[in-house]
Design a protein around this ligand. Sequence first.
Ligand SMILES: Cc1ncc(COP(=O)(O)O)c(C=O)c1O
Length: 679
Amino acid sequence: MPIRTINPFVTSSSLATSPSDALNEKTPISMPKSSAIRNNRLSQFFSTSPKSKNFDTTLHVASPHRAGFRPPSPQINMPTLSLPTINLTTATGEKSKTEERPMTLFQPPSPAEVRRIARQHAAFGPIGSQSHRYSSRFVGDDFPDPIEDEPPYYFLITTYISYLILIAFGHVRDFFGKRFRREHYKHLQARDGYAPLNSDFDNFYIRRLQLRINDCFRRPVTGVPGRFITLLDRTSDDHNISFKLTGTTTETLNMSSYNYLGFAQSEGECADAVEAATRKYGVSFASTRGDAGTSELHLDVEDLIAKFVGKESAMIFSMGFVTNATAFPALVGKGSLIISDQLNHSSIRFGSRLSGAVIDMFKHNDMRDLERVLRERISQGQPRTHRPWKKILVAVEGLYSMEGTMCNLPGLIALKKKYKFNLFVDEAHSIGGLGPKGRGVCDYFGVDPSEVDILMGTFTKSFGANGGYVAGDKKLIDKLRVTNAGTIFGETPSPPILVQIASALKIISGELVPGQGEERLQRLAFNSRYLRLGLKRLGFIVYGHDDSPIIPVLLYHPAKLPAFSHEMLKRKIAVVVVGYPATPLISSRARFCVSAAHTKDDLDRLLAACDQTGEILQLKFSSGIAGGAAPIRDGLVNEEEREFGKMAAKGVKPLVVPPRWKLEDVIRSGVQDVKVPLT
Ligand SMILES: Cc1ncc(COP(=O)(O)O)c(C=O)c1O
């Protein structure tokens, strides 16, 4: 099988149509007037992806009359697509030899090639301008907590009332249901002296609240979850208890996958390497690591990971969840203390419980609260005996996937030096996604990786693969290899996965296709800041740190979860909406996952959709304290000026105007403004 050497970042000039060009299947060939162009820019945000069904019958060519005007490009139907080609043979007056292939200066791309490029761009969009790059790193001493804006009380009260109504109706329906439709409720009632195992709040919540909006969750998809994603359309005849596929699909802009660096691609260097490896090694080693499941591929990937994160040694696992679930019991046990961030992932909680260590929690990212817990626990020692703890392990995540916050690594290291605990950082979302070189939180904060004892991460997000790793000192990893249940009982990572990880790592570090990794990292950093700033300026309450590629937008009301999801789907954008139990009951949200595969046009399309949806659903209620406020206007009256001076002297930001920027202004100034603090 020949290895294709296709660089997804290289586009030939004849094909340098932007994806938004490709989107405009119905654009007439005639030159639009300038006002029409402006209007088109907004309407084109909501057209389908380049992969759309009709795409293969259209092609976009640059016309000399249209210099200076890019999207939308004119469309030419395939049957009429005979571009003039200059035949060198006829030009010299020689008799044309029909059996010889004509030598041409310009050959129009074949329909198959056009489809291939469209597919490529649907997975990873070509960069629109070199200014759409940024390098994310933290500069300074104290890492500030993100400012959490709050909506007016009216929103909070009506949110609580909404839940009260839902819960009250749910109980009324259950009350009558249990009496008059016994067949349907027998699993929730005691029978023959046996307690109903299903009857708890989670069960009630799922039946009476979540089921109503179940069509917004777990939508079936097909193909690569890249820049665009194809949803399989479905309907329900029984109020979302079951769904039927309609047989049609919808192409959507994908804001819902943890595809940070855009490696979810079915073409390109990674795909080629994976294909070659699958032919060579097959799809599985059919063994556990401890038995016959260790190959040169495993050792190579472990070596690459250790070097990448700056540790002596690393061990890989076939599942991220299992990595935590089995690593904690291998590292700590009875007589040890685990102090866990309140919002840590369930795999950390699960592993901690399995370990048998005592578990305590501190408030999310709150270094003062962590210090309080440390002092209390260290001074008291183990329960009953009050002996000193055998080990203390503080477990945090690099980037929190529901909040968009980063751990305060400088603060944790300062406490670590003072209280001598071991530090475990789960980099599932930060590895590849943060830092100028994509090496996670240490890279982002400019901290030496030796300061963190255990660096854990997963391959499901930035690497487009699956599995997880733990990296640390050689002696620690050697111990982990022999004491870890995953080694003994878990399936070993498979060859295609290992090669996907290795090639992605090599691309990020520049060993493979130099420049491509850097572009991915810088586009992700730019896109994250651009979208966050745009949403703040439009007036949304956005959680998290400025450089986070996870951008939660607060919706609050339970009814706004499905409404937001449906409004976005109408505009052909796939988003994740999240509510209880993944978030506190009151703070339901939509969560945008930014990728390097997105172009600025994609983000503008999303901003336009949010702008409209925000008006329809009344979601623009930020106060401006968390950023996005309009600059203080010129010509303040005396009183305002005095007030301004007083507040400034106290170091308080005065006169914050709730940001409600116009979409055009957001888009116009976004590219420059993302490169300064997003206040
Ligand atoms: C912080 C964290 N750790 C571990 C995992 C588990 O990883 P995986 O989904 O690859 O099993 C996740 C999954 O999202 C996660 O967010």
